[in-house]
Write a protein that binds this ligand. Structure first.
Ligand code: NI
Length: 162
């Protein structure tokens, strides 16, 4: 039976794909979060962060130790994503997302039961195993997917129908 973390990831991946299929392209570039990030840039961050956490887990499995030594600055990390994605089109970011999601799915399906339980943590010190890191990646994806849904599909107020 597939590991439960694969099912959680695939469910999130499908929810992101559904948003991409349902929301017109111009809306992705037009809506902004309070801090100025567009929905396109948030999707770019989701792709980069999910891929990045899979790389952390993969490196730890291959080398027996984490790749990061310096204290992790999450604000700098996020701002780096924002700069790298600024001005890119939805099509460009969507291609990045699909490539990243494919790499992560391949990585998850490659893991043996022992590898899921191998010691690992996120760069900010969360979790104790590869499983924990990849669950954290999916929860992070989920939190931004819910954020995107609220931005892209605002609920109409009841009054609008009167
Ligand atoms: Ni984030």
């Amino acid at each position: 039976m597939a590991h439960k973390a694969i099912g959680y990831f695939e469910k999130e991946r499908q929810a992101v794909e559904a948003l991409l299929a349902q929301v017109p392209e111009e809306r992705w570039a037009a809506v902004r979060r309070e801090d100025g990030w567009t929905a396109v840039e948030i999707l770019g961050h989701m792709a980069a962060a999910t891929d990045g956490l899979a790389q952390v887990a993969r490196y730890t499995l291959e080398h027996g130790r984490p790749s990061f030594k310096e204290p992790f600055d999450i604000d700098r990390f996020n701002e780096g994503h924002h700069r790298r994605h600024a001005g890119l089109s939805l099509a460009e970011i969507r291609a990045e997302w699909e490539a990243a999601a494919g790499r992560v799915a391949d990585f998850l399906s490659s893991l043996s039961p022992e590898q899921w339980q191998h010691p690992a943590s996120t760069p900010w010190g969360l979790g104790q195993t590869v499983e924990d890191v990849m669950l954290a990646a999916t929860y992070h994806l989920r939190s931004h997917r819910l954020e995107l849904e609220a931005l892209l599909r605002p609920k109409e107020s009841g009054d609008a129908h009167h």
